[in-house]
Structure formats: structure tokens, C-alpha cells
Design a protein around this ligand. Structure first.
Ligand SMILES: NC(=O)c1ccc[n+]([C@@H]2O[C@H](COP(=O)([O-])OP(=O)(O)OC[C@H]3O[C@@H](n4cnc5c(N)ncnc54)[C@H](O)[C@@H]3O)[C@@H](O)[C@H]2O)c1
Length: 270
């Protein structure tokens, strides 16, 4: 068993810094994933963006390299296809030597009433959101165990991991409860290897995916929906609100935490 390091004597700068570390972000081509990748890169991490939209992955990787000067890879990967997870991690380890941080962010949220939800759509949502998180965490653990250095896995869940939300999200809510449960179990299984596993549970944030789900590409068009998500803290979430908490989880600031899923919800779930 490898005990987690005691970082009491590190400075704040050292605790936040991810310099010399390598981070994978699944679904990092846009939305929350891209915002997370940007903050991890700002803290000094080299970044691998895996996304089933290869163009988005490459563009995000280029943007991040240009902005922060870290090394990046942007590549096709579908979390529902295990062989593509393996190819991405093989490419990452060949370039960077190891993977220290793995953010399981890729997810889908189709809104279909129960009576119209097909077995196929249910299976697709669970294959991406739940099994994809499991398959990526398994790959992350294999990579981290190979170096013996430990690491951090952060699973992007949702407030839907704590409660039901609007009608039409049965598969989504089930999948995100699975992610929260998996986060606890993986934390126990991987603690002896000094691999921490945390969840982050955002409330509604304006992202490309959410706007498309509303039939829009313009945040201004979404005002009526946004009003439904007005929070106790008085505004709707932005991707960076979530990214900063993921950075906290991935950094040594959170080095004595594992197994929790942190609500990032401006008080919506109180
Ligand atoms: N935006 C929100 O309000 C919100 C709230 C709670 C939780 N979340 C969660 O955050 C995550 C990101 O959401 P978002 O709003 O940024 O979505 P988004 O649709 O804007 O971005 C998701 C990205 O993931 C990629 N992706 C989708 N399926 C994939 C797969 N099978 N393999 C690899 N990449 C895949 C997409 O191509 C896209 O680039 C999801 O897990 C979602 O459930 C979002």
C-alpha cells in the first residue's frame, strides 16, 4: 500500500501547480470539458483531449497549446468504444511517459419522455455516461499503476446524481447516479495505489451541448430556459465555474480527499 503524501509544507503555489503532470480530459472538445482542460493547462499540466468529434479535439488541443504553451494531444476517442480509449492512452503514454490525472467528462443528455425512451437509447446513454466512465477509469488505473506514482480520477457527474430532474431524463439520471456510486467504489479500490477518485456534480451551465439540446446556438435565445435554472446564488452557471472545482480536485489542495462527489450547483440542491 502506498500512503498518500503529506503536503502540509507545500506553498499554495506548489499545491495548485500541475507542472510536470499529464491530464486526460474526455469530451474535452467543447463545453465543460474544454473549460476544464484550459484550467488544468493554466496550472501547468500537459493535456490530452479525447473526443468523438476529432476536429473539436484537435482544435481544442491547438487552442490550449497556443494559450498556455503546454504540450497537447487532440485525438478521436469514443468512451463507449474501449479500443479507442486504449489507443488514446497508448498515444499519451508514448508522448508523455505517464498519465497523472484523468477527467471523465464525456457525456450525453437526450431528453425523451419515458413512454418514448427506447431500449436502444437507454443503452446508448448508459454505455457513454456510466460504462464509459468505468472503462476510462479502468484504463486510467492501469496507466497510473504502471508508474506506481498514483494519480487522480475526476468524474463529472451532475446534480442528477443526487435527485431526479425534469421529465425525459430517466436514462440520464440513472447514469449519473451510477457515476456517483462508481466514484465511491473506485475510491476504495484504488486508494491502496494512491489513486484518488472524486466526483464533481454541476447544475445547469450554458454549454454548446445544452444550447443544441434547446434547439439553439445563441445563448441569448436560451433566456427562458436559463430563467428556470436561476440559482440561489443569482446567476446561471458558466463552464469555468465547474472547471475551477475540477482543478481543485485534481490538485494537491484536495490531496486528502477521495470518494466524495462535490456539488457545484450554486445552492440548487439545498
Ligand atoms: N452543461 C451542463 O449543464 C451540465 C450539468 C451537469 C452535468 N454535465 C455533464 O458535463 C459533461 C459535459 O457536458 P457539456 O454540457 O459540456 O456537453 P457538450 O455536449 O457541450 O460537450 C460534450 C463533449 O463530449 C463529447 N462526447 C460526447 N459523447 C462522447 C463519447 N461517447 N466519447 C467521447 N466524447 C464524447 C462531445 O463531442 C462534446 O465535445 C457531461 O457529462 C454532462 O452530463 C453538464
Amino acid at each position: 500500500m502506498t500512503a498518500i503524501a503529506d503536503v502540509t509544507n507545500k506553498t499554495i503555489h506548489e499545491l495548485v501547480s500541475l507542472s510536470g503532470r499529464t491530464a486526460v480530459v474526455t469530451g474535452g472538445g467543447r463545453g465543460l470539458g474544454k473549460a476544464i482542460a484550459l484550467r488544468l493547462a493554466e496550472a501547468g499540466a500537459n493535456i490530452i483531449i479525447g473526443d468523438r468529434e476529432a476536429d473539436l479535439a484537435e482544435q481544442a488541443a491547438n487552442d490550449i497549446r497556443d494559450k498556455f504553451g503546454v504540450d497537447t494531444i487532440g485525438t478521436y476517442m469514443d468512451v463507449a468504444k474501449t479500443e479507442t480509449i486504449k489507443s488514446m492512452s497508448t498515444e499519451a503514454v508514448a508522448k508523455f511517459g505517464c498519465i497523472d490525472i484523468w477527467i471523465n467528462n464525456a457525456g450525453v443528455f437526450p431528453c425523451v419522455p419515458l413512454e418514448d425512451m427506447t431500449d436502444e437509447l437507454w443503452d446508448e446513454v448508459l454505455a457513454i455516461n456510466a460504462r464509459g466512465t468505468f472503462a476510462c477509469a479502468r484504463e486510467a488505473a492501469l496507466c497510473m499503476n504502471n508508474t506506481g506514482q498514483g494519480g487522480v480520477i475526476v468524474n463529472v457527474a451532475s446534480t442528477a446524481a443526487f435527485r431526479g430532474i425534469m421529465p425525459g431524463l430517466s436514462a440520464y439520471v440513472a447514469s449519473k447516479h451510477a457515476v456517483r456510486g462508481l466514484t465511491k467504489q473506485l475510491a476504495l479500490e484504488l486508494a491502496p495505489s494512491a489513486i484518488r477518485v472524486l466526483g464533481v456534480a454541476p447544475t445547469f451551465c450554458i454549454t454548446e451541448g445544452n444550447l443544441l439540446a434547446m434547439g439553439s446556438t445563441d445563448p441569448a435565445d436560451a433566456k427562458h430556459i436559463v430563467a428556470m435554472f436561476d440559482s440561489p446564488l443569482g446567476r446561471v452557471g458558466a463552464p469555468d465555474d465547474v472547471a475551477r472545482v475540477v482543478l481543485f480536485c485534481a490538485s494537491d489542495l484536495a490531496n486528502f480527499m477521495t470518494g466524495s462527489t462535490l456539488l457545484v450547483d450554486a445552492g440548487d440542491t439545498i
